[in-house]
Design a protein around this ligand. Structure first.
Ligand code: FMN
Length: 410
């Protein structure tokens, strides 16, 4: 699981058997069709899905399983080269049946080297701008923690897909796959030409935001779906809490559909999001430790052991505030003798080695590992399959709606 992290190798087989189709079983199946689909919003019709549950993940198995279970899986592309992404998307196409899914790219509104559009020249220019002090500080943290070196042949290149130059080939690749129905962008309004390109291909564009102002910039640029992420969310995140942010964004951009993100781990919370007017929910942390996810056991355990107080917004891995588990690494970058983290994408280039090594040697490395996750981690304490999560969400949602109905005077 990597926010900006590198996949070690493109996986060809993948874990987790393809999930069987997802009839909403047990209690949910016994409900009348109106109740089963009480969660259905206009966006469900538009995307041909049963439940407005969007799942951001870096694992193709999770993408396919969520879409097959009636939701909408979205593959985070930032850690993949276009060639690797092609392999992942081919695999999803083979395993997702006739369902659609999305691809998430990262083109920040502001980053170092924005004017350079050639990926190789950009990487060379950026490498030259990294002070040695940052590299040696990061490297000492890893060696002091006893994290083994990465074999040279397995080292990932340092500049990930988080620039316009590196994201462009990912978008082209995604649009060649007809089941890709949505391209989402993190960290800023997607550039005009990207929005045009996606629309010309007949797909939808979504973008994450942490404020009504940013949401309005998205809709003015032609974004079709706004994702409002409260501060409690995992990965890059702003400062305003979900329940305060969602209604502000919803009213700022109405009638554009808004997905509520940040802190969702249960069906009751989905009911709350739909109650304030969201068109669905966009989730991330929830899928980090599912059966189908590719997560080292030690990392999974770190998530299970953590409470909602154990995360921090830190610039120490990517250069922008990103919510992750607190540990010796995040604390070290706060020390007085620590260099100030660089901007994006420079800091990510400094820490690529750490992301890779702490993932490969997860057992030895948890105290300095990159474990991006939201505060909802405190609600995640055991392995469930994607299908079980989707079923639980549906059942909890229905029980929340029942409870509210029970409050009506008879
Ligand atoms: C491990 C991890 C990595 C993430 N990486 C990205 C990313 O590359 N692009 C993106 O748009 N959002 C990313 N996010 C944010 C998610 O898309 C989503 O908005 C967030 O997880 C929602 O909050 P939650 O974690 O409380 O469900 C990431 C989240 C996590 C947990």
């Amino acid at each position: 699981m990597r926010d900006g992290g590198a996949p070690e190798q493109p996986r060809v087989g993948g874990q987790g058997a393809p999930a069987p189709g997802f009839p909403l079983q047990s209690r949910v199946l016994e409900e009348s069709p109106e109740e089963v689909f009480a969660m259905r919003t206009e966006l469900c019709e538009k995307l041909g899905i049963d439940l407005p549950v969007f799942a951001f993940t870096h694992c193709r198995d999770v993408v396919a399983a969520v879409s097959k279970a009636g939701g909408f899986g979205v593959l985070g592309a930032v850690g993949f080269t276009a060639e690797q992404l092609e392999i992942e998307l081919d695999w999803i196409d083979e395993h997702v049946g006739d369902h659609g899914y999305g691809v998430d790219i990262v083109i920040p509104g502001k980053y170092e080297g924005m004017d350079e559009i050639d990926p190789a020249r950009l990487e060379a220019q950026l490498r030259a701008a990294i002070p040695e002090q940052h590299r040696s500080f990061a490297s000492k943290l890893l060696s002091d923690a006893g994290v083994p070196e990465m074999p040279a042949e397995d080292k990932h290149h340092e500049l990930l897909g988080w620039t316009a130059a590196t994201a462009a080939p990912q978008v082209e690749c995604a649009l060649r796959h007809e089941r890709v129905k949505l391209i989402a962008n993190a960290l800023g309004t997607p550039p005009e030409d990207v929005i045009e390109q996606v629309h010309e291909a007949g797909r939808l564009v979504a973008a994450l935001c942490g404020s009504p102002r940013q949401a309005l910039k998205h809709t003015e640029a032609g974004v079709d779906i706004v994702i409002a992420q409260g501060t409690e969310g995992g990965g890059h995140t702003g400062e305003v809490g979900s329940l305060v942010l969602w209604p502000q964004v919803i009213s700022a951009v109405a009638p554009t559909p808004v997905l509520a993100a940040g802190g969702i781990g249960s069906g009751q919370q989905i009911a709350a999001a739909l109650a304030v007017g969201a068109a669905g929910v966009w989730t991330g942390s929830l899928w980090l430790a599912v059966e189908e996810a590719e997560a080292p056991p030690a990392q999974r355990q770190s998530y299970f052991d953590a409470t909602s107080r154990d995360t921090v917004r830190s610039r120490s891995f990517t250069g922008k505030p990103c919510r992750m588990l607190k540990n010796e690494w995040t604390q070290a970058w706060e020390r007085e003798d620590a260099p100030d983290p660089l901007g994006m994408p420079l800091q990510g280039m400094v820490t690529m080695d750490a992301v890779q090594r702490t993932h490969r040697y997860a057992d030895a490395a948890q105290k300095v590992a990159f474990n991006p996750v939201g505060q909802v981690v405190g609600m995640i304490d055991h392995v469930e399959s994607v299908r079980q999560v989707m079923q639980r969400l549906s059942e909890e949602y229905l029980s929340a709606v029942d409870r509210l109905e029970g409050l009506q005077p008879s």
